[in-house]
Each structure stands twice: as structure tokens, then as C-alpha cells.
Design a protein. Structure first.
Length: 93
């Protein structure tokens, strides 16, 4: 019985990972679109601002950048979150 439950948990985990991948890609796509619409006119190259992008897991840095973006042409919280996720992805490449 225990092996059966373990197998079910593994299957659930695999399913969760497979479902999450398209969501991450969609979030990054939304971030790229938000960047193009809100930022790219003045900030053509995201690599030039990579030093301002907080490291993944840096909640303080992410909050600081979120506050900055709120006052800097990205009023919508969902737009800011998408831009932050996209910038983190760009900075990690």
C-alpha cells in the first residue's frame, strides 16, 4: 500500500511539473510583451540594466525593484510581476 501511495505521489509531482512549464513560459512571454510595451522605448537593451535586477530569491531586492517600477511607468502589479520575472530570466542567461 505504501509503495502505491508513493507511486501516486510521484505521478502527481510529474503532472505538476508538466503543467507548470507552460505557465512559466507564458509568464515569460507576458513579461517580454510588457517590456516591449512599457520599457523598450527608453531601455532598448535589458542587459544594460541587468545589474539592477535582483538575484532569484532576493525578496528585498525584488520589493525594491517592484516599488521603483510602480513609480516608473508600470502601475499594474501583474505587469510589474511579469516584467520582474522576465528580467530575472534575462539576467540569468
Amino acid at each position: 500500500m505504501r509503495a502505491f501511495l508513493s507511486c501516486r505521489r510521484r505521478a502527481a509531482l510529474v503532472l505538476l511539473v508538466l503543467i507548470a512549464r507552460p505557465a512559466v513560459a507564458a509568464d515569460l512571454s507576458a513579461g517580454a510583451q510588457a517590456w516591449a510595451a512599457n520599457c523598450a522605448k527608453c531601455h532598448r537593451d535589458p542587459a544594460r540594466i541587468a545589474s539592477a535586477v535582483p538575484a532569484a530569491g532576493d525578496a528585498t531586492g525584488a520589493a525594491r525593484l517592484d516599488r521603483f517600477l510602480a513609480d516608473h511607468h508600470a502601475k499594474d502589479p501583474a505587469t510589474r510581476a511579469a516584467i520582474l520575472a522576465w528580467l530575472e530570466d534575462q539576467a540569468s542567461q
